[in-house]
Write a protein that binds this ligand. Structure first.
Ligand SMILES: C[S@@+](CC[C@H](N)C(=O)[O-])C[C@H]1O[C@@H](n2cnc3c(N)ncnc32)[C@H](O)[C@@H]1O
Length: 268
């Protein structure tokens, strides 16, 4: 659903193990897109690059179709953008089934979910389309901008389908969660998976870029502790199927394709 994806004098994002990438917004070349990209650069507190050759590693560029992140260091990597247009939105389509592990992990009573690690909002969107009310929180401004662009284009296609069911908020969930009222039935966490010790060619270059952009989410255990004190009924954590749980005592686990959903029941 997504083309996933995301360095020099610009602000650095995430806890990259290499020198952080410099990133800028590429100025649009007509009046309307120039105004739009100038505003975006201001919002994201990024420099505005007048040309693609301005020397930045990564460029956020607005095309007639979408907002995309271009990697200037490696032209073999396709630009990254969020695109939900191929999703099968029919109510009984398989990806919206409440029988799949992601939905079952939330139990029968959950209505309201906070997705505290929204990323490109793929899971948040699926949950909203399944009928949950979802507030999605993302702390990387660049990732949030790409997700917002994908969701806005989907909304343009589907009209009011998602109205009142999905809200994307920028910020760190550790600070935002305690202020959310009313408290959600459930909190969903999908922090970055632990890095593989040996880099496999199979790990998509786009995924490596995402890690470079947002880091390793090493504060995920803290986010889980905070979440367990706030959710009314449960916290659901997505993990690779071969990784240990984020905290040692999940109440139950549901296994999906290559991933596991660890459920922490709470009584708040
Ligand atoms: C693996 S991605 C999530 C993918 C997402 N589930 C999807 O379906 O697109 C993890 C994301 O969580 C974000 N994140 C991690 N900790 C966070 C926090 N405390 N507050 C907000 N966002 C956080 C990271 O910036 C990263 O974009």
């Amino acid at each position: 659903m997504t083309s996933l994806p995301a360095r020099r004098s610009a602000p650095a994002f995430g806890a990259a193990r290499h020198a952080p990438a410099s990133i800028a917004v590429l100025a649009g070349d007509d009046d309307a897109s120039r105004a739009h990209t100038t505003e975006l650069a201001r919002e994201l507190m990024l420099p505005l690059a007048e040309t693609a050759e301005a020397g930045f590693d990564l460029l956020l560029a607005l095309t007639p179709e979408h907002l995309e992140l271009r990697n200037r260091r490696d032209p073999r990597i396709h630009p990254v953008y969020v695109d939900f247009s191929h999703l099968d939105l029919r109510p009984y389509s398989a990806n919206l089934s409440r029988r799949q592990p992601l939905a079952r992990a939330f139990g029968k009573k959950t209505r309201v979910i906070v997705d505290a690690t929204a990323g490109y909002a793929q899971d948040a969107l699926l949950l909203a389309l399944m009928g949950f009310r979802v507030t999605a929180i993302e702390r990387s401004p660049v990732v949030a901008a790409l997700a917002r662009d994908g969701l806005q284009r989907l909304t343009a296609l589907t009209g009011a389908l998602l109205t009142g069911r999905l809200e994307l908020v920028g910020g760190d969930a550790r600070a935002l969660l305690p202020a959310i009222a009313p408290r959600p039935d459930a909190i969903y966490l999908d922090p970055m998976f632990p890095p593989k010790r040996r880099k496999s060619a199979a790990v998509k270059k786009e995924m490596r870029l995402l890690r470079e952009l947002v880091g390793d989410d090493t504060d995920a255990p803290e986010l889980l502790t905070i979440s367990r004190g706030i959710a009314r009924d449960r916290v659901v954590v997505k993990r690779p199927d071969d990784a240990p749980p984020l905290a040692p005592d999940p109440s139950m686990s549901l296994t999906g394709k290559l991933v596991r959903y660890d459920v922490y029941l709470v009584r708040n």
